[in-house]
Design a protein around this ligand. Structure first.
Ligand SMILES: *[C@@H]1O[C@H](CO)[C@@H](O)[C@H](O)[C@H]1NC(C)=O
Ligand SMILES: *[C@@H]1O[C@H](CO)[C@@H](O)[C@H](O)[C@H]1NC(C)=O
Length: 369
């Protein structure tokens, strides 16, 4: 970037921050966006596009990392999750651009700035405020699972009426109800994105945990590592929140991924329950386990916060991947001295500490040019 443009950005940022406490002191970068993955569908005597995803691209003044970071948010969310935090502090996009990463942030298909076409795309629904409060932001007031009471790191009281909660809730969006439809759409558009920008380090959160396994399967040479923050799980069945229904028929995915030996239907994947309680049954593959062949060469970091419902079952998810031949490091934040976080860890009070001490540390040890 030319030094004149740079000076302009510096003076603009300091001007903005001088009159509004809500503007974060972020990292200087260039921002552009594009769309990828559209298909045209006939509409009357004309056509409309569907399936495309919005991609925001942040380029720091100096790129020093060998691969870009591609960030995919979870259910009910959009890419704003990784920009500034709801209380105006720098977010993970700022942190990773400050470390010299080129960063790509998408909005999932049919959500946010990625078009939802009412006659083509599936039914959507939104998280209500009670779900956000009780699962994410004020879990300690609701205690829906034993670790929920350990939550201390959300900024503000985490309930309706608190300005930080209200700002966060306002950023949530209706999402496709079907995780299977979402996975098909992300495989189509995400593969085209990876063909254009890869190889990358992929960062997923929650619902998009599945997208990491699906995209790693579809484009194994375009993903150098996967950081999965509390990826959707556990294998084959939902947990914690009743009704406990079957899910993810291919183990960690709703859609087929490549196993060796190959499977022709999900029933080919023999499973056994290795532990069971009324709200959580951990299934693994029966021996000998089939291997997730395309994920075998992609190192995975799973990060689990101390107070989230994921603290109950992410270990089972990690073990399922290991059994299938994937190299997984699983960090429980409480075990490394980082206490009180919940599911939205990256926007909590100590979010940048997690980025620095856990995620960036692992990437720098694991990913080499
Ligand atoms: C397309 O169909 C619309 C509605 O039937 C009609 O008004 C329009 O003239 C048509 N356009 C063309 C280019 O045929
Ligand atoms: C949270 O803070 C807001 C604003 O002060 C207040 O209206 C609300 O009652 C608080 N909620 C809880 C559960 O403390």
């Amino acid at each position: 970037m030319s030094s004149n443009v740079f000076r302009f950005l510096v003076s603009t940022l300091s001007f903005l921050s001088s009159f509004s406490g809500a503007v974060s002191q972020g990292t200087l970068h260039r921002r552009d966006y594009f769309y990828v993955g559209q298909t045209y569908a006939a509409q009357g005597n004309s056509s409309i596009a569907f399936g495309q995803i919005y991609v925001e691209h942040l380029t720091p003044e100096k790129i020093t990392q060998p691969f870009p970071l591609l960030m995919i948010h979870g259910h009910g969310m959009t890419g704003t999750n990784f920009l500034n935090t709801p209380d105006g502090r720098p977010g993970w996009a700022d942190y990773f651009t400050s470390k010299g990463y080129e960063v790509y942030i998408i909005d999932q298909p049919s959500r946010g700035r990625s078009a939802w076409q009412k006659d083509i795309d599936g039914v959507q629904s939104a998280f209500d405020t009670f779900t956000i409060e009780s699962h994410f932001t004020a879990t300690q007031l609701h205690n829906l699972w034993p670790q929920a009471s350990l939550h201390t790191k959300w900024p503000g009281n985490g309930s309706v009426g608190d300005p930080v909660f209200d700002a966060f809730y306002a950023s949530t969006m209706p999402s496709l109800d079907s995780d299977e439809e979402t996975a098909m759409k992300i495989r189509a558009a995400g593969s085209k994105l990876l063909d254009r920008i890869g190889p990358v380090v992929l960062l997923t959160h929650s619902q998009s945990g599945q997208h990491g396994w699906v995209l790693g399967d579809a484009r194994p040479s375009s993903i150098r590592a996967i950081v999965a923050l509390e990826p959707i799980g556990p294998p084959f069945i939902n947990a914690v929140f009743p009704p406990i229904a079957a899910a993810r028929q291919f183990g960690l995915t709703d859609i087929a991924v490549s196993y060796s030996p190959p499977v022709t239907s999900p029933e080919d994947i023999a499973r056994i329950a290795v532990s069971s309680s009324p709200t959580f049954t951990c299934f693994q593959q029966a021996s000998p386990p089939r291997k997730l062949v395309n994920l075998a060469h992609i190192p995975v970091l799973i990060v689990t916060s101390e107070s989230s419902y994921h603290s109950i079952y992410d270990g089972c998810t990690a073990e399922f991947l290991r059994q299938a031949g994937v190299s997984v490091k699983h960090v429980n934040l409480g075990d490394v001295g980082i206490h009180g976080n919940g599911h939205m860890m990256f926007m909590e009070k100590n979010g940048l500490q997690i980025a620095e001490e856990v995620v960036q540390r692992w990437i720098s040890q694991t990913v080499h040019a």
